[in-house]
Design a protein. Sequence first.
Length: 155
Amino acid sequence: MHKAFRFRIYPDREQQTLINQTLGCSRFVYNRFLSLRTQVYQNERKTLTFTACSRKLTLLKCESRFEWLREVDATALQSALKSLEDAFKRFFTKQNDYPQFKRKYAFGQSYTTKNNNDAIRVEGDRIRLPKLGFVRFAKTREIEGRILSATVRRN
């Protein structure tokens, strides 16, 4: 059984900057690959899979003009590709409309990071998140079970 817990975090200035960068990079990756998938389909009548997009993302991060993509959490960028893949699956099963581009000033900006090698853990009143380090948070109750992922959302 999966269970979600919601806590408010209190990042310092450097962590706020890194959160903003991660939100921007996730939005950039989502929009770039949405555009790429649309172009490939219009030109070749083929669709790009998550695996192909993931390989292209790795090559994109190696380019010198996109080196800023290496400064943020890699699993957050992979999660953006996963959500794009999910959006296309929902479109093809006629559950949703065609995926839309993400806007910079939209409500509910977020990114999800996965717990690889105990990268996300709670110690007292602080939570460790990848690339951010320890962030203070309002621990209103105990966390039960193991942590699979964490979503950082801006309100």
